[in-house]
Design a binder for this molecule. Structure first.
Ligand code: BGC
Length: 714
């Protein structure tokens, strides 16, 4: 008999339920403690998994209790939210999505895994794969943005990066694809609210990134807190057993979200922990994170005959198999055994800097206000985010040392040693106090450039951080308007650096600034990365992975909308529009400027006709008529204008990048497998329909900027 089966045969019920339980550890002055539990439960084998603990010393201490002192010696599994770095932080995932670069997505995950594993961890609750089309929802910051195709590429890259080539290796983490499924579609963008979307939207938009994660071999999946059309995901038999395990073939571990099993009671689907535990177990949830429902509810459920021991064993089997796959039985101390070298850490920081610089999206650059001329003498660096190192980390700061990221002020000061850099915050991020504005204006005296750092606090996105308004919090607008007025008088350019975990609807700001950089939350190398862009060491290349609204009233807003029977017509009242706000976004998906000037021409497709098994090669020429080397991102969309159902106005099918020197031209090629043109027909069965499909290639999802050609599908 193999190890897992022989263990199951020897385990008591309490020991089995211990393997199905994950509890949080916290840190007290004297070291880690286990919240609501005790180290005794590790020793008596009734606690098998811990979260929120890191550091090899702490982890080894707990692991020794499990391995040396518990009856069966089953090693503990340690997990943490390593979302965008561990101690060294990369940009928030939405910022990383702006790179449109699968290799970079992979690499930051690989590096994060190495670092977290060296800290003793074996699991990360990442990647977050929820497609998010409503920026009011704060958790959009944790994922890849609005598009399912981007989501699938992101999923593959992240799962591959975290897990490495073999989970058994000491630098591999088990990835957890979360939050399955549709969490991004919470009603009105309010966190934890109900989700009620069509089966078609679920399958076309929200499921594909999870299917991709399963295809990439993800070790675990976390159901979302929310219900889907009345059925909480934690108890959703059809979505977990039916879809995830049955149709997608997922045989890994399903781990509940924090306290989610007990919350089935508040959802109104379970009367008590016994019923809650029964529902979750029946749906296929293996590990109960934090609710204690399995340990407290399942013994009773067994007595009542609501669940069978075989069902419990099935979950235990999956958990032990994961521990085995992670190599924990062979060497429970492999992760954390050898500290990383200083050189490895320095290299990782360098990577974090380069990824952060590439995540920055330049939204405006009038009259080449950026990069700053090397003649800059006095720079006024203003605003509440100018000297805010802790905010640069973003909402999942993991194990980063608080306050350790490089601020904009520090980054610019070190990049411009010849210049005098003066600073004033002016206002706080989110208070009503504008008394510091006058002092900030004084700082503009004698300056030749103003850098204004505005935006949200890191805690305004992420979990439990929905915002009904998408504007600048507090009195930042008053500061900005005062600075713009002063700058106009003095003929000074104002460069705005905007920090946020979502696109902020600030058309008035974009109008008045000479240049605007959307920096998201860039992570620990924030200030250096921003300085690299501002000084021109790096040309901006980030592209917004979300359609950027001009007003909160437009959301949800996304490029993959379907056509209307009454499409927008300014002259006709009875067409699809608002009376008070334009339909157009402030910036389309994919938008982002660089220091180059790119022109796309000569779209070619390898064939004008194609069958399902064919692959089309799509080429376009790109030239840089600007005066600096820069990188262009080219997007490939399709449009199926006539089909058995109304198809989206644009569907993303690819992207590619090209670096060009001034005056240089090159060709970008992308492949399109025609099987990717299948879609769910009238009855939600996948079909490949003959007929014309438009191939559209260009710099963003603005139809007017796309080159088009038609392919006839046969
Ligand atoms: C979040 C998850 C996270 C978990 C553990 C929950 O509140 O929804 O995304 O992985 O906590 O930290």
């Amino acid at each position: 008999m193999n190890r897992v089966e022989s263990l199951i045969g020897r385990m008591t019920l309490a020991e089995k339920l211990g393997q199905l339980t994950m509890t949080a550890a916290g840190f007290a002055v004297t070291g880690p403690f286990i919240a609501g539990d005790s180290t005794e439960s590790i020793k008596d084998g009734t606690l098998g998994n811990l979260l929120n603990i890191f550091g090899a010393d702490h982890i080894f201490k707990m692991q020794r209790l499990a391995v040396n002192e518990s009856r069966l010696g089953i090693p503990l599994l340690f997990g943490l939210d390593v979302l965008h770095g561990h101690r060294i932080l990369f940009p928030i995932p939405l910022g990383e999505a702006s790179l449109f670069d699968c290799e970079a997505w992979f690499e930051s995950a690989r590096e994060s895994a190495k670092e977290a594993a060296a800290d003793g961890l074996a699991m990360t609750f990442a990647p977050m794969l929820d497609v998010a089309r409503d920026p009011r929802w704060g958790r959009g910051a944790e994922g890849p943005g609005e598009d399912p195709w981007v989501g699938t590429r992101f999923a593959e890259a992240k799962v591959g990066g975290f897990q490495g080539t073999d989970l058994r290796q000491a630098d591999a983490l088990a990835a957890v694809a979360k939050h399955y499924c549709g969490y991004g579609a919470v009603t009105a963008g309010r966190d934890y609210a109900s989700v009620d979307i069509s089966e078609r939207t679920l399958r076309e938009v929200h499921l594909p990134p999870f299917a991709a994660a399963v295809g990439a071999g993800v070790a675990a999946v976390m159901p979302s807190f929310t219900d889907l059309a009345g059925i909480p995901m934690t108890a959703n038999n059809e979505m977990l057993r039916g879809w995830l395990r049955g149709r997608l073939g997922f045989d890994g571990v399903i781990i509940s979200d924090f306290n989610a099993i007990a919350e089935l009671i508040r959802h109104g689907c379970a009367a008590d922990l016994c019923e809650a535990a029964t529902l979750a177990l029946k749906a296929g949830v293996d590990i109960d994170m934090m609710s204690g429902a399995y340990r407290r509810g399942l013994p009773l459920a067994l007595d009542k005959g609501l669940v069978a021991m075989a069902e419990i064993d099935e979950c235990v089997r999956r958990v032990l198999t994961l521990k085995e796959r992670l190599g924990l039985f062979e060497d429970p101390f492999a992760r954390g055994a050898s500290p990383e070298s200083a050189a490895a850490l320095a290299q990782r920081r360098q990577l974090a800097r380069s990824i952060a610089a590439r995540s920055i999206v330049m939204l405006k650059n009038d009259a080449d206000a950026l990069p700053l001329a090397s003649s800059v003498r006095r720079l006024a660096v203003l605003g509440p985010l100018a000297d805010a190192p802790a905010e640069m980390a973003g909402p999942w700061a993991s194990a980063a040392v608080p306050g350790s990221p490089v601020s904009v002020l520090a980054g610019l000061s070190s990049a411009l040693p010849q210049a005098e850099v003066v600073h004033a915050g002016g206002v706080a991020i989110d208070t009503e106090d504008g008394t510091g504005i006058a002092a900030a204006l004084d700082r503009c005296d004698g300056a030749d450039h103003i850098i204004l750092c505005l935006g949200e606090a890191a805690a305004m996105s992420g979990e439990a951080a929905s915002r009904a308004r998408l504007d600048l919090p507090g009195v930042q607008r008053a500061l900005a308007e005062a600075v713009f007025a002063r700058a106009r008088q003095a003929h000074l350019p104002v460069i705005v650096i905007l920090f946020s975990g979502r696109p902020l609807a600030v058309p008035w700001l974009i109008e008045q600034a000479q240049a605007v950089l959307a920096a998201w939350f860039p992570g620990c190398e924030a200030g250096h990365a921003i300085a690299d862009i501002v000084t021109g060491t790096v040309s901006p290349s980030g592209r917004t992975p979300v359609t950027w609204p001009r007003d909160a009233g437009q959301v949800p807003i996304f490029f993959g909308d379907r056509p209307s029977g009454r499409p927008f017509d300014a002259r006709d009242r009875f067409t699809s529009k608002y009376l008070d706000v334009s339909n157009d976004p402030l910036f389309p998906f994919g938008f982002g400027l660089s220091y180059g000037r790119f022109v796309l021409s000569n779209l070619r497709i390898s064939s004008g006709t194609a069958a399902e098994h064919d692959t089309l090669e799509i080429c376009v020429d790109v030239s840089n008529s600007g005066s600096r080397e820069a990188q262009e991102t080219v997007f490939l969309f399709t449009r199926d204008a006539l089909a058995c159902i109304s198809r989206p106005l644009l569907e993303l099918k690819g992207f590619a990048k090209i670096n060009l020197s001034p005056g240089e031209s090159g060709t970008v090629s992308m492949s399109l497998k025609c099987s990717e043109l299948r879609f769910l027909g009238v009855d939600l069965v996948s079909v490949f329909e003959p007929g014309d499909v438009e191939i559209l290639v260009g710099p963003c999802a603005d139809r007017a900027q796309l080159l088009a050609a038609t392919v006839r599908l046969m």
